[in-house]
Ligand binder design. Sequence first.
Ligand code: SDX
Length: 372
Amino acid sequence: MDEKSGGLAGITVGETAISTVGKKGKGLTYRGYSIEDLANHARFEEVAYLLIHGTLPTKVELNTYKKRLIQGQSLPIAICRVLEQLPVKTNPMDVLRTAVSTLGCLEPESLRHTAEFIADKLMSFCVSSLLYWYAFQTNDQHLTVISEQNSIAGHFLYLLQGHVPDAEFRKALDVSLILYAEHEFNASTFAARVCTSTESDFYSAIVAAIGTLRGPLHGGANEAAMKMINQYDDVPSAEAGTRLLLEQKAVVMGFGHRVYKESDPRTSIIKPWAKKLADRFGDPKKFLIAEAIERVMWDEKKIFANLDFYSALVYFYLGIPTSFFTPLFVISRLSGWTAHIREQRANNRLIRPLADYIGPDPRPYVGISERT
Ligand code: SDX
C-alpha cells in the first residue's frame, strides 16, 4: 500500500454535491455558498435547511421549518425515563448516542417517520435530551424542555440558562453551529455514509456518526483544547507549555487538519467572536493564553488553529460546560450528516474497500491440546 494512503489521506473515495473543502480554489462552500457569506448573513436554521434540502428556504419554508424544530423539542416519557438512568458521570456524547438510539426503538424509520422527518426532530431532540439529563443528574430536576425558542441556539441557551438568551450570545452560538454544520467526507460523515450504504436505517447511521465524532482527533478536540487552555495561568506558562508539548512530540489539540494545509477558513470567522465575548466580559485572560498557544504552534511548526480551538473559547465565554462542546458539534453536524445520508441513498452502492494482507502465511490448524 502507498504509505501516504494510511488513513485514506489524499484518496478521493466518492462524489458529493454538498460542500467543497478548499478544493479547486473554491474554499469552504455549502451547496455553492461561501462559508463567509453564510456565517455573516444566514441563521443556522437556514443553513441546516440548505444542506438537507439543497436550496435556501423561502420565508414561508423557513417559518414552517422552525415550527417543526419547535415541535421536536418535546421528549417522549420513555426517553426521560432512560435518561434518568444514565449516571451523572456519563460522557454527554454517550447520552446523545443513547437518546438517539432509544428514539430509534420508539419511532423507527418508516413511511410516516421518514429520514427528513427524523432529522428535523433530532436537532431539537438532542438539545432537549442533553439538558434534561444534565438537570436531572445535577439538580434532581425534571426540566421542562419546551422552550418555544425558534432557533437551535436559542433553545440550547434557554434550557441551559433558564431564560431567554441574550441576542449576542445566541448569535455567537449560531455562528459556531453554522461553521460546524458540514465538512465533506470527514470521519463521522464517512461513518454515516458507510452505514447508510448497507441500506441500514437513518438512526443507525447517526449513531455511527456520533460514536465517530466523539474521538479527540475529530469532534472531541474542542473539549481537549479547552482542557489544555485551562491548564495555563498566563501567557508565559502557555508559551512554555506548548513548546514542551512540541518537544515531547505530543499532539496539540485544536491544531492541524487532514485536508487544510495552511489555515482553516472557519477559524478566521470564529476567532473574532471569541475576542468579542472576551471583551464583553472584560476577561481577556483565556483569549490571550489561546493566542499565545496559536503563536507558538505557528512559529515552531507552521501548524494553524482549526475550528475547534476558538470554538472552545466561544463556548467557554458563553458559560457552556466543557463536556457539552462535542455534543454541540453533533447538534450542528446532524444537518450535514442528514444531507450525506440522503445523497448516499440517492445513488447507493455498498462501500466495501480492500485491504492488503500483512498477516502470517497459510499454516496448519493446531489442536487445543497441542498448543503451548
Ligand atoms: C475535525 O476531516 C475533517 O474535516 C474534520 C473536521 C470537520 O469539520 O469534520 O474539520 C473537524 O475533526 C478537526 C480536527 C480536530 N482534531 C484535532 O484538533 C486534534 C489535533 N490534530 C491532529 O491530531 C491532526 O492535525 C489531525 C488528526 C487533525 C490530522 O492528522 P493527519 O492528517 O493524520 O496528520 P498527522 O497526524 O499525520 O500529522 C502530520 C504532521 C506530523 O508531524 P511529522 O511527524 O510529519 O513531523 O503534522 C504534525 C504531526 O506530528 N501535526 C501536529 C498536529 N497536527 C499535525 N503536531 C502537533 N499537534 C498537532 N495538532
